[in-house]
Ligand binder design. Structure first.
Ligand code: MIG
Length: 846
């Protein structure tokens, strides 16, 4: 367990600095060392540790993107220096060496196309200040201190009026300011005051607003494999204290100024999600307790019969033989290949759970082989270690070693061969228990296991053995890396899907995250929104919570509300615990079933939009779910809201999170907003009260947007009746790109994709003008009908397509193969799309 009280000694004075490093400076304190580097995108990395050298760097093992060193060179600062000016002001450069009496420290400055930063290092007491391109201070690190056991602590100045977001899916308010958090991967049920939980993302996004100036965002990551602790201006209102339990301090500052800029830089370092397979964006149905192939078939059949859109079925631990990973129960799942084939034909992919614990069993080839290759964690004295978990005693792979990751990955071959489409990594904090009681199928864990005397390979230097605790937070991350890479290797034609419970900063590169064991309650429904926004801000775009809640009893009303927002989670999976009643969407009566169907159909209709968001996440790191402040950082009211969210830039979601509610208050930031179901229009900034009967989740489209949609399908393999509908919401200009590809293979990386640029000009000479550019890229799409729907539109006096005025409503113009009609405030235009550029003009502009 992490030690609570330590004595920290400050590192006092910089004795000398050396400029040997490209884009950085090395500092020597005698009893400690530090290194400060500036990257070409303006990110600033500050490492410090006691001793004479920095500890080995785990960046490669964690899958960090290479540090792009700038050409910043250190120069001495004058003693009598004044407040820093803009970056282009460079002080005279001096020869490196010991810091003289008159010197006040050393500085680095870089200004390039991708970013800029100026760093000033105070010599005594040691402090690091980072300024952005405009000369504004974006970080002030001070009070570096270390404990004898290697733990490091640093303070970051915090100003009044700042908000601090991030740290992954923590509970409580989205703004973390005023509270303390532990980041140590732990298997613990989700509860409002539970901390820590399953994953650890030591990244904070600060939103600073000051009188008369535009709001600015910047970020800080405390990197490494060790558990950590953050006091977010709780003890001292003007300080954020970050503590790493081991491995020295490794901080990176990411300049903004917008939240998008921060996350772009943060993910340029920690990695980005790659385009998931399209099926993974559909609805996943899961339950702990699908006990047999028959059971699974029945669920699949019901989903289709009842037209509940579903793309994946998850198999929890019940599919295994005595909980041996990489096995199938011979009686209950006698023919996995046959079953998976059959499901595949009906449009279902199967995701199987994998726990890291390998059953200690001489007769089980996986364990035997692992023993022979010495892949498992051991105790400090070299003896073998086992953990109590589902298969009784289990050995844990030592994922810090690359050969162990390769070995683990190779075990997935049989699953992939049987047709398994994705892997669900559970229990990877890692979790297990010390004692248990077993009575038939019932296993009651009695005491959490902390792996106290276990040693592990240091991911940064696998030949070194270190206490497991000191690298604990990387365990699940490295398992997911092994799994992700194995899936890609075993089936290079398919994009991997990995779902994980545990994770570390950068997990987005290898896996989607879900929030673990929730309870079916109203407060937890609301909490799920905040947890997923927290994850989203922390660089994890693909995240979800169990729809309906994991433990406890879900009421029909709660299920309906959970389905409505859960269908819009980036990762949408219905899951529940085995002892509770079944939680498939048809288990709560006809009315709720219809609500679930409508919710999931909306998700399927939104797939082109949602897919576009995932493509954006791949390209820039932008989250799928965004807090309201994301696109309105100057809006103080928006910054305080965490029960609404943006799904991408253009859809504002106001989920109903209260029992018995039939209406809710919605805050709409500046702009025009149109409710997507009844086309009611609102002008923000404004708080409105809208109707929210059980059948309704209020959703608003941004004025000045084009939302690509399609008609509903039951799974992504089905051909939609309308493959592309451009929902146009006037009220501003917009530009977007519709991206289509095979949804399955990585071929898009070689350009096998179709990109259609779309531009909206709400008022071009009194008309509304929509320009759909010619399709770019190599992905072939056969001729099809595209529909454009212009909302909030009075009956038009004339409609032009490609500069040809269309005849009266309902009549097709042969020259441009287009037709229009108007109904209930919406103008619909249909045209044949063969990939060439088209334009639409509507007079008068709505
Ligand atoms: O100790 O595999 O969070 O989703 O159903 C519980 C059984 C183990 C915890 C996961 C949950 C899963 C369950 N697992």
């Amino acid at each position: 367990m992490p030690r609570r009280s330590r004595s920290f000694a400050p590192i006092a004075q910089v004795l000398r600095w050396t400029a040997a490093l490209r884009g950085g400076v090395d500092l020597d304190f005698g009893e400690a060392v530090a290194r400060v580097e500036v990257a070409r995108d303006g990110a600033v990395r500050v490492r410090a540790a006691t001793g004479h050298a920095l500890p080995p760097d785990p960046s490669d093992a964690l899958g960090r993107e290479p540090w792009r060193a700038s050409n910043a060179e250190p120069f001495a600062l004058d003693a009598g220096r004044e407040a820093p000016g803009p970056l282009n002001h460079q002080a005279g450069r001096e020869a490196p060496g010991p810091l003289g009496q008159q010197s006040a420290g050393v500085a680095l400055a870089f200004d390039g196309a991708d970013g800029a930063a100026r760093v000033e290092i105070d010599e005594r007491p040691f402090a690091v200040r980072v300024f952005d391109r405009s000369g504004r201070e974006i970080a002030h690190l001070l009070d570096f201190a270390f404990a004898p056991d290697g733990a490091g602590r640093v303070a970051l100045r915090a100003a009044p009026g700042e908000r601090w977001f991030g740290l992954g899916g923590k509970t409580g308010a989205l703004d973390r300011r005023g509270r303390s958090f532990t980041l140590r991967n732990r298997d613990h049920p989700v509860a409002e005051r539970a901390d820590p939980l399953y994953h650890s993302i030591p990244f904070l996004l600060r939103l600073a607003t000051s009188e008369g100036e535009a709001a600015r965002a910047d970020g800080v990551l405390l990197d490494g494999c060790a558990p950590s602790h953050f006091d977010v201006a709780a003890q001292d209102r003007l300080r954020v204290m970050a503590t790493a339990q081991a491995g020295g301090l490794d901080l990176t500052i990411f300049p903004g100024p917008t939240p998008d800029d921060v996350v772009r830089r943060y993910t340029a370092r920690t990695g980005r999600i790659s385009r998931p397979p399209l099926w993974a964006l559909g609805h996943h149905q899961s339950r702990w307790g699908y006990r047999s192939a028959r059971d699974v078939r029945r669920v699949a059949r019901e989903a289709r019969r009842r037209r509940i859109p579903t793309d994946a079925i998850h198999l929890d631990i019940d599919y295994m033989d005595a909980y041996r990973v990489f096995s199938w129960h011979p009686r209950r799942f006698p023919d996995p290949r046959g079953l998976l084939n059959e499901l595949r034909e009906a449009g279902f992919r199967v995701v199987t759970i994998i726990d890291p614990g390998v059953k200690v069993d001489e007769s089980w080839a996986v364990h035997r082989d692992g023993e022979a290759r010495d892949v498992f964690l051991r105790r400090r004295d070299g003896s073998s270690y086992s953990l109590k978990v589902w298969p009784k005693d289990a050995s844990l792979p030592d994922f810090g070693r690359p050969e162990v990751r390769a070995w683990w990955g190779a075990q997935h071959e049989s699953l992939v061969d049987a047709g398994v489409a994705g892997i669900w990594n559970d229990m990877n904090e890692p979790a297990g228990w010390k004692r248990e009681v077993r009575a038939g199928r019932l296993i009651v864990p009695l005491q959490a296991q902390d792996l106290g005397d276990v040693v592990a390979s240091d991911p940064a230097d696998p030949k070194r053995r270190v206490p497991h605790e000191s690298v604990r937070n990387a365990y699940g991350h490295l398992e997911c890396r092994a799994t992700h890479e194995a899936l890609l290797r075993l089936d290079p034609q398919r994009r991997p899907f990995v779902l994980s419970r545990s994770g570390l900063a950068g997990i987005q590169r290898y896996a989607a995250l879900w929030t673990g064991d929730t309870t079916s309650s109203w407060p937890q429904l609301a909490l799920s929104v905040r947890m997923l926004l927290g994850l989203s801000v922390s660089g994890v775009p693909f995240c979800g919570a169990d729809i309906g809640g994991f433990a406890g009893w879900c009421s029909p009303e709660l299920f309906a509300r959970w389905m409505q927002i859960g269908s819009l989670y980036p990762f949408a999976r219905t899951h529940s615990m085995w002892l509770k009643h079944r939680q498939e969407p048809w288990r709560f009566g006809k009315r709720v079933e219809a609500i679930a169907r409508a919710a999931l159909e909306l998700r399927m209709r939104l797939l082109p939009y949602i897919y576009g968001l995932f493509c954006e996440a791949e390209a820039t790191g932008a989250p799928i779910w965004r807090p309201l402040f994301w696109h309105d950082p100057d809006d103080e009211r928006a910054a305080a809201i965490d029960d609404q969210l943006m799904l991408g830039r253009d859809l504002l979601i106001a989920p109903v999170l209260e029992r018995g509610a039939t209406e809710r208050e919605v805050y709409l930031p500046a702009g025009v907003w149109t409710a997507i179901d009844d086309d009611a229009r609102y002008i923000g900034p404004r708080t409105v009260r809208v109707a929210a009967p059980l059948e309704r989740i209020p959703i608003f489209a941004r004025g000045g947007s084009v939302v690509p949609m399609q008609s509903a399908v039951r799974h992504v393999g089905e051909i939609p009746e309308e493959p592309l509908v451009l929902e146009v919401y006037p009220g501003g200009d917009a530009s977007t790109v519709v991206i289509e590809d095979d949804g399955e293979s990585p071929a898009y990386r070689g350009g096998i994709e179709a990109r259609t640029p779309v531009r909206l000009r709400s008022r071009a000479g009194g008309r509304l003008r929509l320009e759909v550019g010619g399709r770019e890229g190599e992905f072939a799409i056969s001729a099809r009908t595209v529909r454009v729907a212009v909302h909030g539109c009075p009956p038009p006096s004339s409609v032009w397509v490609d500069a040809v005025r269309l005849p009266v409503a309902g009549r097709t113009d042969a020259a441009v193969a287009a037709t229009w009609h108007w109904e209930g405030g919406v103008l619909h235009v249909r045209w044949t799309d063969s990939g060439s550029a088209r334009s639409l003009e509507v007079d008068p502009a709505p």
